[in-house]
Ligand binder design. Structure first.
Ligand code: NAI
Length: 342
């Protein structure tokens, strides 16, 4: 690919998030062209053809990643497929963007790292979108300046609005569970904000508040985790799938000389309505509404990295460590005991 040529990208997975990424790549990302799509679902491919004008449509991922007209692939597929698909794509010589979490267990993540290390000319980036959110970027810069002293405690939450359609219950079996699917964002943020310390011990507890159908697969809809890090730093995570009012991610970082908070509450905008029923604001509905700007910046960062214009701001190893910690929390939930990480 010449430096001037746009990056030719294909996307696999056109579900809840895949369609959003596809629109971002097709309409709002510079120096790339979305030229192929892959899904086992015919109606999803028809959507890509009709709405995005894509003509290279694949039902089979192996053929998709071998498409000689592609420089890079974006994988927005069920988490249980990420590891095998990312490896197939790297071995086919494609740059890879893979949604979070990188894989369901740390050993699979390490396999992907090993394959990526054999192809150093290829970019492999994981979708920890909050690292591209302007408020989180500003928070990280403020901590890095030393203005809050030594950060030693993170309290972070990912809380989704209750979805009565049953999507989460259908989605849960391939997601790795609540900590792997939701808290993995907070885990990645905690490591980033704390300077990437090594996790040593994890303890988790949880409950089912609404989605009783999660019980047979051992999942929960509200969970709490505590993680200890080498050097004394600590993190507390909360994840929920049942907030009544909206999507409410937030993160508090406490340092020896002050603290900062990102994302208090779930207010959609600055409009406050006061009437006979009280004083209130509209709330953010879902992750895409909260992080739409970050999703655009994330895709631009991937394209720029593939074109050699800047380095991807996070590594596969970061994603491996996030999976390792989420896996330890899940094991602790199942066993009822703290889990030691070595
Ligand atoms: P979804 O279930 O709505 O979509 C999955 C898509 O993958 C569907 O289009 C399905 O047809 C397709 N698919 C299934 N098997 C396939 C195969 N073998 N080859 C190609 N495509 C295949 O799921 P959703 O919510 O879009 O999640 C997808 C991924 O994105 C998950 O890994 C999830 O963790 C991640 N995600 C990340 C978010 C973030 O904040 N960064 C938010 C939501 C999801």
């Amino acid at each position: 690919m010449s430096a001037a040529a746009p990056l030719r990208i294909g996307i696999a997975g056109l579900g809840r998030l895949g369609r959003r990424h596809a629109e971002t790549l097709a309409f709002r990302t510079r120096h790339c062209r979305l030229v192929a799509a892959c899904s086992p679902v015919a109606s999803e491919l028809a959507w890509a053809r009709d709405k995005l004008g894509i003509t290279a449509l694949h039902e089979d991922l192996d053929r998709f990643v071998r498409d000689a007209k592609l420089d890079a692939v974006v994988l927005v597929t069920p988490t249980s497929l990420h590891a095998a698909q990312a490896i197939t794509a790297l071995e086919a010589g494609k740059h890879v963007f893979v949604e979070k979490p990188l894989a369901l267990d740390a050993a699979a993540c390490e396999q992907i790292e090993a394959v990526a290390a054999r192809h150093p000319q290829l970019v492999a980036m994981v979708g920890f979108v909050r690292r591209f959110d302007p408020s989180y970027v500003q928070a990280h810069a403020h901590l890095a300046s030393g203005a809050l002293g030594r950060p030693f405690l993170v309290r972070s939450q990912t809380c989704d609005q209750l979805d009565p359609s049953g999507f989460f219950v259908r989605f849960a079996p391939t997601s790795g569970g609540l900590f792997m699917d939701c808290s993995v964002h907070d885990i990645d943020l905690a490591r980033w904000m704390l300077g990437n310390p090594r996790a040593t011990r994890a303890f988790a507890s949880g409950t089912i508040a609404v989605h009783e159908d999660l019980a047979p697969i051992g999942d929960i809809d509200n969970g709490l985790g505590i993680v200890e890090f080498e050097g004394g730093a600590r993190a507390v995570f909360y994840a929920s799938r049942t907030f009544a009012h909206g999507h409410e991610p937030s993160t508090e970082v406490i340092g020896t000389a002050g603290k900062l908070t990102v994302g208090v509450g779930a207010a959609r905008d600055h409009v406050v309505v006061s009437d006979a029923h009280g004083v209130r604001q509209q709330s953010v509905g879902d992750f895409f509404e909260r992080f739409s700007q970050a999703f655009e910046r994330e895709m631009q960062a991937f394209v720029d990295a593939c074109r050699g214009e800047r380095q991807a701001p996070l590594t596969l190893h970061d994603a491996t460590e996030a999976t390792r910690i989420a896996q330890a929390l899940t094991r602790s939930l199942q066993s009822g005991s703290p889990v030691t990480l070595v």
